[in-house]
Design a protein around this ligand. Structure first.
Ligand code: ARG
Length: 588
């Protein structure tokens, strides 16, 4: 279904042409002065140069063509040359009725669906999942859902950090603690134990201990590097340990992501890319893309227009070891082979931008990805504490995801139980839902690239631009709908009448923006635009609600129309929060 904006634009284009002006000037936008009008067109000002006329004259010519249009309740030319429009209430209510008839609340499905891969999450196995990875998970999940809503085929890949030095560290520490394990016995040919030699909490302690120890002890560090090298070259015992680490960690990660309502289609990682490295390296050498620089194998990716130096892509270190660049390139080789994506979106800390510039350039230049494949980097900023520094626990340590969620949920639970008497069980479940909304909305409502302050008090507030406020609005609508049906009415076949007052029309106009907003949020990869939209929509609903007696309205058709309106508002709000990755409870 077309957006309301494009329907109005079409009318405006016709009017420009009929009045003898080029239709390229007929750009319509939402009004930035809602007190004066709903939509506006500033094209007359832009057309001055070409037609050498006062802009107000052009605007008047155009408005003259539209005076009798059924679209507008009011359209006028205003000095110096604005065209201000107010839509006929019937046009808006009809648009909402049409929207409701579609499967997707008016969102036009992609005619040529693309295969889009979203590379997000990116946790490092065996290291605790901390808030640094939360942003990637939250933003990536939303990006994935928005693209799916638009009808594309979207594959979410977690891209685990599962192949680095941390593995060598764990192996070394484990050997120090339990040298008798068969994994360390040279020439052992029997079966290794099924059971992992550690639990997740032991594993989480082993890594930081080993990492700290290695910094102080050169010999230990060497051993860990050697263990990493042996693992990467297929050492049997170490591979068995690696598998244990993977099993234990992935189980734990799945639990954590489930709590965040984040789901991946693929659980691949850096380790999966290793098989693609040798052939890729051979080809880069054979075709002359790669050359030796100080013993290292590199591909130059500098371009003429660069104002800053872009260092070459590092393919192999002088000792032959693969690097982060290598893994990401080989992952693209694998993705090309298996999924042939039209687009890959990387949702990663913005401090890694240069790495991705290098990888993207190298992949395109060397033909690792087909011509026309869109490689996009969505870099996000840091989540800071109230002191403006990277988020820490009260004790000053790195905040772990589980604790962060717990802190928010406890706060939410207190609020919910203070508010009214829900049973403890329901209170807990509700606190979880609202807590998740607080975290996700708090994050997503900021433009991804910006740093933001994680403020538990603000994020958990039921008022203002917060997740809980949005949920509270949805719950309020649900409760009105329940009361309406409980008094013997049905929600089937109720029709929407044109708005009779400003707050009702304002609510309709907000709902009508839905397909437009989602299109933009998709094109610009900008979940924050959905947050801004639902905040406006929730405000429009609440204003309408305070000014309208819905349940005591005596005229039945009018009442049914109110109900149809707020139920459509609820549907839109729910579709939006689903794209943001959270849901609303029945009560709160
Ligand atoms: N594991 C990496 C880290 O924690 C993030 C991975 C991002 N994705 C990628 N394809 N490089 O920094």
């Amino acid at each position: 279904m077309q957006t309301l904006l494009s329907i109005i634009t079409k009318q405006m284009q016709d009017a420009f042409e009929k009045a003898g002006y080029d239709k390229k000037y007929a750009k319509v936008t939402l009004s930035n002065r809602p007190d004066l009008c709903e939509y506006q067109c500033n094209g007359a000002m832009a057309a001055v140069k070409e037609y050498k006329k006062a802009p107000i004259m052009i605007a008047e010519d155009v408005v003259g063509q539209l005076k009798d249009s059924v679209m507008f309740e009011n359209i006028e030319a205003v000095k110096p040359g604005f065209i201000n429009m107010k839509l006929m209430p019937q046009i808006v209510s009809d648009f909402l009725t049409d929207m409701k008839k579609t499967d997707n609340l008016g969102i036009e499905q992609a005619k040529n669906p693309k295969t889009i891969m979203v590379d997000y999450g990116g946790p490092n196995v065996a290291k605790p999942l901390h808030v640094g990875h939360v942003r990637s998970a939250i933003i990536g999940e939303s990006v994935k859902r928005i693209a799916r809503k638009m009808g594309h085929q979207v594959i979410g890949d977690i891209h685990l950090g599962d192949w680095g030095y941390q593995m060598g560290l764990i192996i070394t520490e484990l050997k120090k603690r339990k040298p008798e394990l068969p994994y360390f016995e040279e020439g052992f040919t029997g079966d290794y134990p099924q059971e992992a030699p550690f639990t997740i909490s032991e594993l989480e302690e082993i890594y930081p201990t080993a990492s700290a120890y290695a910094k102080e002890h050169e010999e230990y560090r060497e051993e860990a590097l050697q263990a990493t090298f042996l693992l990467q070259n297929g050492h049997r015992g170490f591979t068995a340990i690696w598998k244990h680490i993977m099993n234990v960690s992935v189980t734990d990660l799945k639990k954590n992501y489930k709590n965040l309502n984040v789901e991946f289609d693929l659980w691949k990682g850096e380790a999966d890319a290793q098989a693609y490295i040798p052939d890729m390296v051979e080809r880069l050498k054979d075709e002359g893309y790669a050359h030796l620089d100080d013993g290292a194998l590199v591909v130059d990716v500098m371009e003429e227009s660069d104002t800053k130096e872009v260092p070459p892509c590092m393919i192999l270190k002088s000792d032959g070891a693969a690097l982060y660049d290598t893994t990401d390139l080989a992952t693209l080789v694998e993705r090309e082979e298996k999924y042939k994506p039209d687009e890959v979106i990387y949702v990663v800390d913005k401090r890694q931008e240069l790495h991705f510039v290098q990888v993207f350039r190298c992949a395109k230049k060397t033909g690792i990805v087909r011509e026309g494949v869109d490689l996009k980097f969505l870099g996000f900023g840091t989540m800071n504490g109230k002191d403006g520094k990277p988020f820490k626990t009260r004790e000053g340590g790195v905040m772990r995801l589980e604790n962060l969620i717990k802190e928010i949920n406890d706060e939410m639970y207190k609020k919910i139980m203070d508010n009214r008497t829900v049973l403890e069980e329901e209170g807990k479940a509700t606190a979880q839902m609202v807590g998740l909304a607080a975290i996700k909305y708090g994050d997503l409502s900021n433009q991804a690239s910006k740093d933001y302050v994680f403020d538990v008090d603000r994020f958990t507030s039921f008022e203002g631009n917060t997740g809980p406020y949005i949920l509270y609005t949805i719950v309020r609508i649900k409760s009105i709908l329940t009361k309406y049906t409980e008094s013997g009415n049905t929600l089937e076949n109720i029709s929407l009448l044109p708005a009779q007052n400003d707050s009702e029309k304002a609510l309709m106009l907000e709902i009508a923006k839905y397909n437009q907003i989602i299109e933009t949020a998709f094109e610009e990869i900008a979940p924050h635009k959905i947050c801004a939209y639902i905040y406006d929509l929730a405000n429009a609903f609440n204003k309408f609600y305070h000014e309208t007696k819905i349940l005591s309205e005596e005229e039945k058709d009018r009442q049914a129309s109110f109900i149809a309106l707020i139920s459509e508002a609820k549907e839109v709000l729910e579709a939006c929060i689903d794209m943001l990755g959270f849901t609303a409870p029945e009560r709160m």
